[in-house]
Design a protein around this ligand. Structure first.
Ligand code: NAP
Length: 309
């Protein structure tokens, strides 16, 4: 027997929690499912300095505050690793990997994004043995060591700055001669004495001694020369991929797997909303995930009223 709700929110990052808050506050019977701790990517972020209301706050602390705010309105909150969603008339049938089934006329997708792999030799072999995708999780293993960060976006630079607090040196290896990261982050990174930059460098291999990472091999795109950098750790931040596998059969994804919506966070499928990092958009921030969550929660309420009429 499936448990029935008015709305099911998949993903308890900042956007999903806000959508659930608005929908519950509008008196819908809401289930929130997440396969990990609430907070999503905020848990992997050390200091957040661009979320209004807090001059600076630790990611896990902001996660806890958002969760506490949400739980004041008493939605049902459960562990759930969603495997598939099927349509049964107006109802969306959500199935999880522990063989649970949940039904609701409204589905709100807030599953976010996951890190992209570089797909070079050595990356998989040394994953967890020097190769990492989470500085906040793994920085402590590299105290007083030389580390490399690959990428030039907000994540690479923010995490590089974080790593510099513990590591001996942080070398940012970027494939162009300009960073993509926000100017404020760039300014902090360029002023950081422990950070070095290698430009126009295409990483070709993660090197190791069979047990642990020893460095990287890259090609200098200007001269074509192959070069090496010695490092005990390699942190890879080369972009993000949508977490949308369970929704592939719903006809709501674009070619790259992101979910396009209109301004009400409605997808192509009636009663299915999407918001936050999983949505097709340019800017992925906590602030806009929260804003989109409020829009989705209210739109879900409006949809529910129309269904009842
Ligand atoms: P991103 O903005 O897509 O940047 C990815 C970086 O990796 C780019 O510099 C890109 O180079 C490089 N790259 C991509 N593929 C590569 C490859 N095969 N080899 C080498 N380099 C490669 O990803 P992100 O930094 O993870 O950020 C994801 C989203 O979260 C963004 O919207 C970002 O603004 C947001 N975010 C915000 C904050 C914040 O506000 N504090 C913090 C973290 C993330 P090119 O520049 O040449 O394309």
């Amino acid at each position: 027997m499936a448990d029935k709700y008015d709305a099911i929110v998949i993903g308890a990052g900042p956007g999903g929690m806000t959508a659930a808050l608005y929908a519950t506050r509008a008196n819908l019977n809401v289930l929130v499912l997440d396969r990990g701790p609430y907070g999503g990517q905020m848990n992997n972020t050390d200091a957040i300095d661009n979320y209004p209301g807090f001059t600076e706050i630790k990611g896990p602390e902001l996660s806890q505050k958002m969760y506490d705010t949400l739980m004041k309105f008493e939605p049902d909150y459960k562990y759930g690793n969603v495997q598939s969603v099927e349509l049964d008339g107006d109802e969306k049938v959500v199935k999880t990997d522990d063989d649970k089934e949940y039904r609701a006329p409204i589905l709100i997708i807030a599953t976010g994004s996951d890190h992209r792999h570089l797909n070079v030799p050595g990356e998989e072999e040394y994953s967890g043995r020097g190769v990492s995708y989470c500085a906040v999780c793994d920085a402590a293993f590299f105290k007083d060591e030389d580390v490399v960060v690959i990428g030039g976006g907000d994540s690479a630079i923010e995490e590089g700055i974080y790593l510099s607090q513990l590591a001996k040196s942080v070398t940012v290896v970027h494939r162009r001669d300009k960073l993509r990261a926000q100017p404020t982050l760039q300014k902090r990174a360029f002023a950081n004495k422990k950070m070095k930059f290698v430009w126009n460098a295409q990483t070709e291999e993660i090197l190791g001694d069979g047990t642990r990472v020893t460095g990287i091999k890259y090609r200098d795109k200007e001269t074509g020369a192959e070069k090496e950098i010695k490092a005990a750790g390699v942190f890879i931040y080369v972009g993000v991929l949508p977490q949308t596998k369970p929704f592939e059969n719903l006809g709501i994804l674009n070619e790259q797997g992101w979910i396009p919506t209109n301004e009400h966070m409605e997808t192509k499928a009636p009663g299915i909303f999407a918001l936050g990092d999983v949505r097709e958009k340019d800017l992925r921030q906590i602030a806009n995930a929260v804003g989109e969550g409020s829009v989705a929660g209210q739109a879900a309420y409006n949809y529910y009223q129309d269904l009842k009429d």
